[in-house]
Design a binder for this molecule. Sequence first.
Ligand SMILES: Cc1ncc(COP(=O)(O)O)c(C=O)c1O
Length: 393
Amino acid sequence: MSRFETKVLHAGIEPDPVAGAVMTPIYQTSTYAQKSPGEHQGYEYSRTDNPTRTVLQTQLAALESADRALVFSSGLASIDAVLNLLKVGDHIVAGDDLYGGTFRLFNRVAKNRGLEFTFVDMRDHAAVRESMRPNTKLVWVETPTNPGMVLVDIAAIASIAHEGSALLAVDNTFMSPYNQRPLELGADIVMHSMTKWLNGHSDVVMGALMIKEPGFPLGDRYVGENGLGDRLKFLQNSIGAVPGPHDCFLVLRGIKTLAVRMQRHNENGLKIAKWLQSHPRVESVRHPGLTTDPGHELAKRQMHGFGGMITFFLKSDLAGARRFLESLELFTLAESLGGVESLVDHPAIMTHASVPLETRLKIGLTDNLVRLSVGIEHAEDLMADLDRAINCI
Ligand SMILES: Cc1ncc(COP(=O)(O)O)c(C=O)c1O
């Protein structure tokens, strides 16, 4: 079963053995009966394992070409599990343009636990190489970045990370496995906020890690006796940030339409990006599908579609941007992205407020920057909404 459109419906999905239920049942239980102490059917306690969660994890591994997938109660909880692979004094090289919550977790939580970070522009491979130290154990990449829409060459960064025996983790949230599969390009860990495209309906908060067992030597403290997947599974159970079975069911349901949703998101994203580019009141547009985008050639190489995320700069100040955002009707002004309905975000005030002003200015996150998550509505209706709101500035 090789094609993605088929995998979203069938990979890991079997009729339930108890009653033949075609849809994966919601095993709403915290615990499982044992015949005799230690004699059970593979499930002991739902923090450790739950059958609905197992189906979701099996399917996610197939979608990302992974050896294993593990789900967590949020995207950030899944990033934290990766950080928990590390020890005091370990060093992480991370992109300098990251989701605000990731930045906050790294700078205000992980640093207090004795982890060291260097933030670097991941497009500058010489700078990445120079940032690597003997104690660098992890390289963390987001591509495209949120909200800069900057593309990072996953294969090139994987070679740099592996020269130094560090793991490469890629936050693939913006693309979904339909559009990009970093493990196929040399990454060791893929992370998703499944709150976004994978679930696709803005009604669940959940995260996932998909992993390939490292094909290069690492200290045994990272991979344990049985490998990276087993160590992360140990952390998932030991820390306990797991999603409930009903949320797992909702994500399984969302994934069934991932391929058709992403096709429409990709189509609408490109149409709207091109339209914005020709709008007289728009300064510039960032979308990897635009032939003028600096990341376009790389996007064609490492992605299978360009996605529904657009970042653009209005020809206005903050007051004008506010008027535009308040005037939209179809685009809902809200944090998050990746739902079937279109959303708009003002990163400087909303999603990225936790990024210090100095860093925001360094990466060009200005007050006239607007981020769109383009939904599956009719593109003409979305453009009419944007046009009307832009003319309110
Ligand atoms: C790129 C990216 N990574 C990680 C996260 C964090 O995920 P969650 O909100 O599910 O914890 C987000 C959330 O917006 C995100 O956009």
